[in-house]
Each structure stands twice: as C-alpha cells, then as structure tokens.
Write a new protein. Sequence first.
Length: 290
Amino acid sequence: MVDLFTLENLFTLIMLVLLQAVLGFDNLLYISIESRRVPLEHQRRVRQLGIGLAIGLRLILLFVVMAAIEALQEPFFSINWGFIRGEFNFHAVVTLFGGAFILYTAMKEIFHLLSVDHLEHSDSAGKRSVAGAIFWIVTMNLVFSFDSILSSIALTDVFAVMAVAIISVGIMMIWLSDHVSNFLEQNRAYEVLGLFILFIVGVLLISESGHLAHLYLFDYEVVAMSKATFYFVIFVMVCVSVVQSKYRNKLLAAREAAVREGVPTMEPEAAFPAADAEDGVKKTPPPKRA
C-alpha cells in the first residue's frame, strides 16, 4: 500500500488523466448530442446518470481487460472473400460496431436537420426515452473506453492508479457535459459542426477496427487514422466554422444596415424581417403575375 504513493505513480496518474481527457473529447461530444434527444427536463439527469454508470462499468472493464488482455487480442474469426480478408478479435469487433453506429447516428441527425423547416420547432428532442438514451451513452462510453484502457495499461500496471484516473476524468466529463450541451443549445449552427465531427469519429473507429483486424480491401491494407490527423482535421473544421460564422454575421449586419438606410441590395426584403420591424413599416409582397 505504501508503494502506491510514489512520485512515479503520481506522474503516471497525471499523464493518465491528461490522456483520457484528450481521448474522451469525442465521447463527450456524443453524450451531449445524445442527451438532447430526450425531453429538456430530463437531459441533465441523463448525462449525469449515464456517465456515472459508465464510470462503474469502465472500472469493471479495466479489471476484465487486465485479467484477460491476451485472450481479447487473439482473433476468434476470420474472413477471406477474395477482395476482403482479415482476422477479427474482440477489440476489433467492438470498435467496428461502435464506429458504424456513430456513423449512422451522425448521418441520421444531419439528414434530420436538412429535412425540417424550422429547427427551433422541430421535434429532435424527445425522440428517445430516458432509459434508451442512458443505455446508448453507457454502451458507446464502453466502446470509447477500449483505446484509453489499453493506452493506460501500456503506461502502468497499477490498477488503483488507473481507477483514480478513470474516476477523475468521469467527474470532469459530468461537469463539462452540461457546458457543451448548453453551448450547442445556444449556438445551433455549431450543432452541424458537432455532427460532422461525430461522423469523423465514426470513420476513425472503423479505420482503427480494420487496422486491428489486419484488414485488406482489394489487396490494400486498411490503415488506422492517426490521432494527430484526427485532431488536425477537427482543428481546421472548427476554424472554418468560426470564421464563416463571424463573416456571415458581419455580412448580415451590413445588409440590414443597408436596408434601413434605403440602399438597394440584391437580397429579397423578406430576408430582413428584423430591419423591417425596426422601421415600423409593414412590407407587402409584390402581386403575383398571372
């Protein structure tokens, strides 16, 4: 027990917390988006309960992986269909199904945003029960756990150090999930960005699964997307979204100012309801041609 409180274990704990915090970004984004599918009054409880249950199950998963890591890495079935071949172990299968589900979720939500006329009145919230949302949050949390657990085992074999890191990051995620969800609620335009990031997460997991299974497609090896590439793509997407949002707001402000001053613009008058309301003039549409 005394050996547990060493300087080496302290530095390892700090590294594990930072590592799991970085690897948990995509998980946090998924939790925030998934919790928005239940009624508003239950969203906070869904996030807290889902993450709390996931922490407990992640500790159990850590114990199981440490006890049977060799068995989990051994392939238990293979495919050889000419154009595709590979050998799948438990880790590869879980990562494959997790990535496919995230891709499906992201695409379904993106098409939903494109199909509704008024997002503020859409029924995107409340499409899933509280129990269903908690189930998927816990399940996908376990999928995301594999990389962080295997990375943790590569750094240390002390169960207590890894357990403290998991609990610390879980508490941090409970606190951050409310802030991320509130940000997405107040900035609906960034919800699309979040869904496309989730889409890339799905691609990342599927490529990782192919790499773990030593998968070949048409004699080309499937290579896992590196985390450096993943975070660089996310950085570029965020920068583009922020710049585009600021430019759009600046352009709309300039056009509204032009409408108030009576300067002709190329936009239809219906595009500036705020400017018309400020002028106190009720605009009537031009008569339709026969």
